[in-house]
Design a protein. Structure first.
Length: 213
């Protein structure tokens, strides 16, 4: 018997689309087509177009809350949390694209505000995490706020479709991994660098990039 498709699976099909296409300009027919279902089936799961975007935004907010939990989890080493935070930052940049955020700001201001608050809370938690790592002499003394701005700006630039191959002769995976290694040397003290195992995060970066390929 064929397993029924969940609402989450339908939402997962539309997320890669709305990172590069204005949701506000999509018709229900367009959304149904990208979800690979009929309009009738779509309305069995969602009452309106607005409900779809509300559920997508709620998913992203919950994801940002989860990222906060990882940063505060003392059962995980600072190095492992640094790696997880990097991969979460990459995911956030991919799906909370400039186009998507601008669309929300113009047409769904309350949803934009909800995401903005969640992002600000994540930034505060990350600042506390990196400060704690510096206090434990595991991380170098860096300007945390500027480091987070650097991550957001650099990863957004790397994820632009024309960035890697056209200008710098890099594959997307190479660009992300090289930036990760730069951040590693920037953040982690030299005496801890030999303890870092990058095999896990490399696999995770490949998995993340495959979701948008």
């Amino acid at each position: 018997m064929r397993k029924p498709v969940s609402v989450d699976q339908y939402l997962n099909k539309i997320k890669p689309v709305i990172r590069k296409t204005r949701f506000s300009q999509m018709k229900i027919d367009d959304i149904a087509k990208n979800m690979d279902i009929s309009k009738v089936t779509l309305y069995k799961h969602f009452s309106s177009k607005d409900e779809i975007i509300e559920q997508v935004v709620e998913y992203y907010i919950q994801y940002l809350h989860h990222a906060d939990t990882v940063a505060n989890d003392d059962s995980i080493s600072y190095i492992e949390r640094f790696q997880k935070i990097f991969s979460e930052s990459l995911i956030s940049v991919i799906y909370l694209s400039d186009l998507f955020l601008q669309d929300l700001k113009e047409y769904y201001p309350q949803l934009f505000e909800n995401i903005f608050v969640a992002q600000q809370n994540r930034i505060k938690n990350l600042q506390s995490f990196f400060q704690s790592g510096m206090d434990e002499n595991i991380f170098n003394r860096i300007h945390i706020a500027l480091s987070l701005v650097q991550d957001d700006a650099s990863l957004r630039r790397i994820m632009e479709p024309t960035f890697s191959i056209q200008w710098y002769d890099l594959t997307l995976k190479q660009a992300v991994m090289e930036y990760y290694k730069m951040k590693q040397y920037q953040v982690i003290r030299p005496d801890y660098l030999d303890t870092v195992d990058d095999s896990g995060i490399e696999k995770e970066i490949i998995r993340i990039l495959q979701t948008i390929s």
